[in-house]
Design a protein around this ligand. Structure first.
Ligand SMILES: Cc1cc2nc3c(=O)[nH]c(=O)nc-3n(C[C@H](O)[C@H](O)[C@H](O)COP(=O)(O)OP(=O)(O)OC[C@H]3O[C@@H](n4cnc5c(N)ncnc54)[C@H](O)[C@@H]3O)c2cc1C
Length: 403
């Protein structure tokens, strides 16, 4: 193994795998049914039932490298655990390791004041509340975050917030109590990267209105509670600003590195599980006198999937190692590379699995449609492929400038 697991991680993984077998997989069908019947505005009882069990077993907040608040694992150590969780849409929240809460908790742990941590981080770490992150806006191309137009205006001891956001994951969840909001405090600043700030907005503050859930490829709630939210003259104490005015980009960079790698780790788990489904289905169906698995085209796709998953895993472990050793900022190219490679790999593997399942692959019976939606949305969320590719290319070209 290129990156051998520590004894501690192997022990946790063992317990995690056993929890998945005993509690997660047997409850998946019920979870999907709840999501379908209850919709995006409700809490799903299966999740709430399993959370205390996971917590009791110490399978809780494993994502947080900060040992004061979380498990204190490195990114590399967390990678194989996160991959296991990614095998099921139900798992990440059961272990209090789901996006965007994980990224928001990291922000509060790193940049929040003692007061922010007491009021918001504590209940998030306890899994009592949820959170959202509001950056993207319907009116502007938000993959370029300097375009964000929402305003955060100082007024005495308060800030007044106005803006319309969409794709604010989690906002329809009744447990969602806190929003990390990005907007402009200094629109005239000649440095476009210092115009933006981030501020904490309680979801029950007057003027916050969750307008609608947004379906993701027709799904509501799972795999994503995407939402549209409007903020009209929302007033919050000035102390709710994170780090200070003009530091929104700095926080976004700190937040997005771990968030992106966690998405990739989970997708590798999802792709592994999908390949398993592909193989089982292809081996169990006979067409034109032989099992589908004996058609060379199927074998080719299975082999290609295995190669692609292994490549993606190694690239992701390499990025995790870089984040642990040189820091998120220096590891930005490694992070950008996995953010392109892994969702594209997962889309392809899931697409082949859908094909191998025949018509049934397009139903919700095999979990492949929700898996595809997850992989595909991640070619956009946390930055579209093109933006990451541009960044990788710029880094590459820099090697040859002035030479
Ligand atoms: C399910 C889901 C959940 C999400 N959750 C959140 C959330 O919780 N909070 C949040 O703030 N946002 C969230 N997002 C939003 C996501 O981060 C944005 O959709 C993404 O950053 C792209 O911004 P945009 O939608 O405004 O696309 P645009 O900026 O309008 O870009 C459209 C397209 O233009 C192309 N493009 C853009 N720039 C370049 C370039 N430099 N070179 C070449 N082509 C380019 C790309 O193909 C891109 O997809 C979520 C998105 C989805 C789909």
């Amino acid at each position: 193994m290129l990156y051998p697991e520590s004894e501690r991680v192997t022990a946790v993984k063992h317990r995690l795998l056993s929890f998945m077998d005993r509690h997660v997989y047997p409850n998946e069908a019920r979870f999907y049914q709840e999501a379908e019947e209850l919709g995006p505005w409700k809490v799903y009882p299966t999740v709430e039932e399993l959370k205390p069990l996971a917590r009791e077993q110490g399978l809780w907040n494993l994502f947080l490298p900060d040992s004061e608040h979380g498990a204190g694992l490195t990114n590399l150590e967390y990678a194989s655990l996160c991959e296991v969780m990614g095998r099921s849409h139900l798992a990440p929240e059961v272990f209090n390791c789901s996006a965007p809460d994980t990224g928001n908790m990291e922000v509060l742990a790193r940049y929040g004041t003692a007061e922010h941590q007491e009021r918001w981080l504590k209940p998030l770490l306890a899994g009592e509340i949820r959170s959202c992150f509001a950056m993207t806006e319907p009116a502007v191309a938000s993959s370029d975050a300097t375009n964000i137009e929402s305003r955060i205006v100082r007024d005495g001891d308060s800030y007044v917030i106005n803006g319309r956001k969409w794709y604010t994951t989690n906002a329809t969840d009744p447990r969602c109590k806190i929003c990390i909001f990005m907007g402009k405090t200094d629109p005239e600043n000649p440095n476009r990267h210092q115009q933006q700030s981030m501020i904490l907005v309680p979801m029950d503050a007057p003027g916050v209105e969750v307008l609608r859930p947004i379906p993701v490829f027709g799904f509501y709630g799972v795999p994503d509670r995407a939402s549209e939210v409007v903020f009209r003259d929302v007033r919050v104490p000035a102390s709710n600003i994170l780090l200070g005015e003009g530091r929104g980009f700095e926080i976004a960079q700190g937040r997005l590195g771990p968030g992106r790698i966690h998405h990739c780790m989970r997708l590798i788990g999802l792709a592994e599980r999908t390949l398993e489904k592909l193989c089982r289905r292809a081996a169990s169906r006979v067409a034109f006198g032989k099992p589908v698995s004996e058609q060379t085209v199927t074998q080719e796709r299975i082999a290609e999937s295995r190669i692609m998953i292994e490549q993606a895993r190694l690239l992701t472990l390499n990025a995790a190692h870089a984040m642990d050793t040189v820091g998120n900022k220096v590891a930005k190219t490694e992070i950008a590379m996995i953010k392109v490679a892994v969702p594209n790999m997962a889309c392809q593997v899931i697409d082949w699995a859908i094909q191998a399942h025949g018509g049934g692959g397009t139903s919700n019976d095999f979990g492949l449609t929700a898996a595809y939606a997850t992989a595909r949305l991640l070619r956009l969320a946390d930055g579209p492929d093109e933006v990451h590719r541009n960044q990788i290319a710029r880094q590459e070209l820099r090697k040859y400038s002035n030479k």
